[in-house]
Design a binder for this molecule. Structure first.
Ligand code: AMP
Length: 404
């Protein structure tokens, strides 16, 4: 499948090419043609799926196919996001993909002066990406005119509801013209999301991307509580006792991946590390060895694993929990694909209890804790801050959460 088959206009195809993208992601492949056909969309998609381009590209395409209404303060497309960081990211995409088109976009969020935002809107903007609160302020000051609005996107709708934006969203919806195209993106579909969707979408097409992004039922998840210093020993035991032949093990840092690989090798288990510091050749070799069952364990960091083309794996181990809860879902989505059963095992030490709670909250489920005989954590060991290759654990965590 190539982008040219999706029906996008030349200026967009050029921008895609400039970005170096050759193939649409599954969400793009599904959503773009439907949006171009002017359908409302209810999409299950998380960050990392390419969802932003999935709605930005077709909206930019459609904008050039309808009449511009460029009177003062009138906007044509509105994207609502839960956070200012996400708003900024979406605008970046709008600028990237729209670089050969004449449309103007702006981001609107609170915490900064309102006057420059009013001035920008007065000069004329086609696409506004906004967080709900500040948008309402601007609307109440009549600084923005929705009467000609053609597109509304709710991005990360579940997060918006979690953050208590439901009333703001409802107030905004009341101001928008009913004849518009609406696209709702959400990672999860709670009854609240369904209710919201049924009130704002007209005969929506459902778009859902592969399992990768959901904690599927066919993945059994388990946590083994263990002391920080005994994780390696426990991992070796699990691999040996269960005779695991193909395991993907996640570490938080490149350095950690290298160290663990060495330790596994020393224990007589074939292993290879795959991360950003490895050359492409080394990565390809490691992956080929793993696929050919010559290497039992692939030790990877989150970023490196994103690009891994592996069909399905029986076992995924979180040697260390990720700082970002969403990455947990991506990691374990590597197993249990295509109807097969998979197992995700997390080795959790006292430092990681807060991360575990975050993951349980994010995935809206409790993960079973199973004690392994001889590995019960020593209650005298106290939590320590998590060390990261790129700086303090907690702070980095917060920054990353915001960035997403
Ligand atoms: P998103 O899920 O929208 O946050 O996008 C995740 C990342 O994938 C972004 O860094 C995009 O630049 C990138 N991306 C989006 N579409 C494609 C594509 N078709 N091919 C390669 N990368 C893409």
């Amino acid at each position: 499948m190539s982008f040219t088959k999706l029906g996008l206009s030349q200026p967009l195809l050029r921008a895609i090419k400039d970005q170096g993208y050759t193939t649409p992601t599954p969400i793009q492949e599904q959503a773009i043609p439907l949006i171009i056909q002017k359908r409302d969309i209810l999409a299950a998609a998380q960050t990392g799926t390419g969802k932003t381009a999935g709605f930005t590209l077709p909206i930019l395409h459609l904008l050039s196919h309808s009449k511009p209404h460029m009177q003062k303060k009138q906007i044509r497309a509105l994207v609502l996001t839960p956070t200012r960081e996400l708003a900024a990211q979406v605008q970046e995409s709008v600028q990237t993909y729209g670089k050969h088109l004449p449309y103007k976009s702006t981001v609107i969020f609170g915490g900064v002066g309102i006057n420059p935002q009013i001035a920008t809107l007065r000069r004329g903007v086609d696409i506004v990406i906004a967080t709900p609160g500040r948008l309402l302020d601007l609307a109440s000051q009549k600084a923005i005119d929705f009467s000609q609005l053609e597109f509304l996107v709710l991005d990360e709708a579940d997060r918006m509801l979690d953050m208590g934006f439901i009333h703001d969203i409802k107030r905004i919806l009341k101001m928008l013209p009913p004849h518009r195209q609406t696209l709702l993106f959400s990672a999860t579909f709670s009854s609240e999301i369904k209710k919201l969707a049924s009130g704002m979408l007209h005969h929506p097409a459902l778009v859902e991307v592969a399992r990768e992004n959901s904690t599927a039922e066919q993945i059994s998840q388990v946590v083994h509580l263990v002391d920080r210093s005994r994780k390696r020993e426990l991992l070796v035991k699990l691999i040996r006792d269960n005779n695991w032949k193909q395991v993907l093990v996640f570490t938080r840092t490149k350095h950690g991946a290298n160290r663990l690989t060495k330790q596994l090798e020393e224990a007589g288990i074939t292993a290879a590390a795959i991360h950003g510091n490895k050359s492409q050749g080394a990565r390809t070799k490691a992956l080929a060895g793993f696929k050919a069952n010559e290497v039992s364990v692939l030790v990877a960091t989150d970023i490196a694993a994103r690009g891994l083309d592996i069909e399905s794996l029986p076992h995924v181990v979180n040697y260390e929990l990720p700082n970002v809860a969403e990455d947990y879902v991506h990691r374990i989505g590597r197993t249990g694909r295509a109807g097969k059963l998979g197992e995700a095992v997390s080795l959790v030490c006292v430092d990681e209890h807060a991360l575990l709670r975050g993951i349980e909250k994010f995935s809206k489920q409790k993960i079973k804790k199973v004690a392994i005989q001889g590995f019960s954590p020593n209650p005298d060991i106290k939590a320590e801050p998590i060390q990261n290759g790129s700086g303090g654990g907690k702070n980095r965590n917060r920054r990353q959460q915001k960035r997403r």
